[in-house]
Every structure is written in C-alpha cells, then in structure tokens.
Write a protein that binds this ligand. Structure first.
Ligand SMILES: Nc1ncnc2[nH]cnc12
Ligand SMILES: [Zn+2]
Length: 329
C-alpha cells in the first residue's frame, strides 16, 4: 500500500494517455499526426520545457466535449487513488481550450462532474486551480478570470501560472492575482523550473504566490532559500518531470535532498504524468531508488504534502495521522 499523500502539482491535460488521445480523436473526428500509441510515445523525447509544451498543447485537440473532460479527470483520479492520493489540487489551463474554440463551461463543468464524484468514487477530495499561461497577455488572463467567477468557491479554489517561463515575466499577472486574493482564492505559480532565482522572487513578491511550483533553481540563491524556509513556502517538486525536461541531468543529481537539508517545505508530485513516465507514487519510488531516500524521508514528504495543501485544519490533521500510522512495506 502506497503512503497516503496529497498531489499538489498535476496538470489535468498532462494525464492524457496516448491510448485515450487516440480513442478521443476517433470519437470526435479529430485528425492526429499519430497512428498508434507507440508513435505518440516515440514523440516523448523532450529537450526542454518548450519541446514538451508543443506536444502537450497539440494533443489537447482531442478534448472537445464535457464528457471528454469528465472522463479525463475520472481516469486520473482512479490512477491517483491506486497511488495513495487522498487529496488532489488539480491544475487546468482554460486558455489552452478557449483559444481552440472549446467553451469554458465545457471544460469546467466537465471536470467538475468528475471532481464532485471523486470522494465517493475514489476516496479523494479535490480542488481545482485555474492556471494562466504566462506566454499570453495579462489582459487575456483577466478575461478568463472574470468568466470563471461563477465557479469560484464551489469548484475553482485557486489560480496558478504556468507554460513558458524564461522570457515571460510574471508582472503582467499581478492584477489578476490581486483580484484572485480579493475573491478569496489561493495563489500558486510555476517558477524556478527553467528560470533562475529572480523568477521565483518575482512570483513571491509581485504575485503573492503562496506556493511555488517546481522552484528547484531556488538553491542557487542562499537569500531566496532563507526566505522560502523562513516563510515555510511550499515547493511542489516533480522529479521525473525535471529529468524528462532536462532541467536536471538525471535523478541521481536531483536537488531534492539538498532542498530538504536546507529546511525547505518540499513536496513530490507528478506534473504531467502521462508524458513524464509516472504518476505520483512512481515519483516517490524513483526518488527512493535513485536518491536513496529512506522510509522516514518518504513519510516526511507525504506529511509535507498535507502541510502544503489548502485543506481545512481538521482534514489536514486526519491525513497527517494516517501518514504517521503508515507502515512501509
Ligand atoms: N512543467 C510545466 N511547466 C510549465 N508549464 C506547464 N504546463 C504543463 N506542464 C508544465
Ligand atoms: Zn507544472
């Protein structure tokens, strides 16, 4: 039995498995430049974030109806439950769908149906975080934010920032993050994945991000490490993703142990599991094997995931008790 955990860095579009993409393409009459799951997997040889994002956005073409989004999320939740996930704070990229003519209510109501059923069906509580694409204009993010208001509080509990990092400052998103804070939403942002420490400072100081997604390059700046440790800012680290996108040379060189040693509140997550070779427990297993982490370090990482989650205190405490009681096989 995998250790109970929360998954806090998971793009729902990144759970689209090749077989599902082909089935949806056939059902929706979408032409894909791939004839088989093997051909899709053969395209998973990324050189950097950009080369991944090209395929990630291209394959989304198969997602067209509410049912498609419901099935996508339900399939993820079934896999996540088998990997010990008890709580998931899930990212979605609305602009990636709006810009290709799929309406916001198709996306959010479709995902919402699967998320509403998740506690009974999979034993998982969920939240949904709408991410803005940092390579698109801040004004567009504001439009999406306003259009999503009907779902605030019920389905949508937070905002995030993702897509291309280097060369795309976070400052144009200060206004939308301010509105999110005023609306009572939580705020997270990708930074320090490919970008150097100033990108992490910017999401903290300009956006007021409460969690940093990735943040692995923070270690290059001791003052930033001190700030993250002092404020207990969680970092949602995704080891298999970092290897596949070549932000680290291999798992053995991953900074996770150094981040823990520096006193950072680190969590382990899967990012885009269909593309990066594993779901969240696969990431736990990989860091155990390649970094030599012992059971108590894995227990700490699982506990951190609940400390870092946007959960009510009573639910957090119950999850932490389950982590403390877990016996590693
Ligand atoms: N790893 C990642 N970094 C930035 N944007 C993303 N969108 C999906 N996965 C991402
Ligand atoms: Zn991500």
């Amino acid at each position: 039995m995998p250790v109970p955990k929360a998954e806090l860095h998971l793009h729902i579009e990144g759970t689209l498995e090749p077989e599902a993409a082909l089935a949806l393409a056939a059902r929706n009459g979408v032409d894909l430049p791939f004839a088989s799951a093997e051909e899709i997997r053969a395209a998973y040889s990324f050189t950097d974030l950009g080369s991944f994002l090209d395929l990630y956005y291209a394959l989304m073409a198969v997602l067209r109806t509410e049912r498609d989004f419901t099935e996508l999320a339900d399939a993820y939740l079934a896999r996540a439950a088998a990997q010990g996930v008890r709580h998931a704070e899930i990212f979605v990229d609305p602009q990636a769908h709006l810009t290709r003519g799929v309406a916001l209510d198709t996306v959010l109501d479709g995902l919402g149906a699967a998320l509403a059923a998740a506690p009974e069906r999979h034993g998982i509580t969920t939240q949904l975080i709408i991410c803005f694409l940092r390579d698109r204009p801040g004004a567009e993010a504001l439009e999406v934010f306003e259009a999503a208001r009907p779902w605030f509080g019920t389905l949508v509990t937070g905002v995030g920032l993702d897509s291309t990092e280097v060369g795309c400052p976070a400052a144009p998103f200060a206004e939308v993050f301010g509105r999110a804070r005023d609306a009572g939403l939580r705020r997270v942002a990708h930074a320090g994945e490919e970008g150097p420490p100033p990108y992490v400072w910017e999401v903290l100081d300009v956006l007021g991000a409460e969690r940093v997604d990735h943040g692995i390059r923070s270690l290059e700046d001791p003052e930033l490490v001190a700030r993250l440790a002092r404020d207990r800012v969680p970092l949602t680290v995704c080891p298999l993703s970092n290897v596949r996108l070549r932000t680290v040379p291999d798992l053995a060189a991953h900074p996770l142990p150094r981040m823990l040693d520096a006193g950072l509140l680190v969590t382990v997550n899967s990012d885009d599991p269909s593309y990066f070779g594993g779901y969240v427990e696969d990431n736990f297993a990989a860091v155990r094997a390649e970094l030599g982490l012992d059971d108590e370090t894995l227990r700490l990482l699982a506990a951190n995931s609940f400390h870092a989650a946007f959960l009510p205190e009573d639910e957090r405490a119950a999850h932490l008790r389950a982590v403390a009681a877990h016996r590693f096989g």
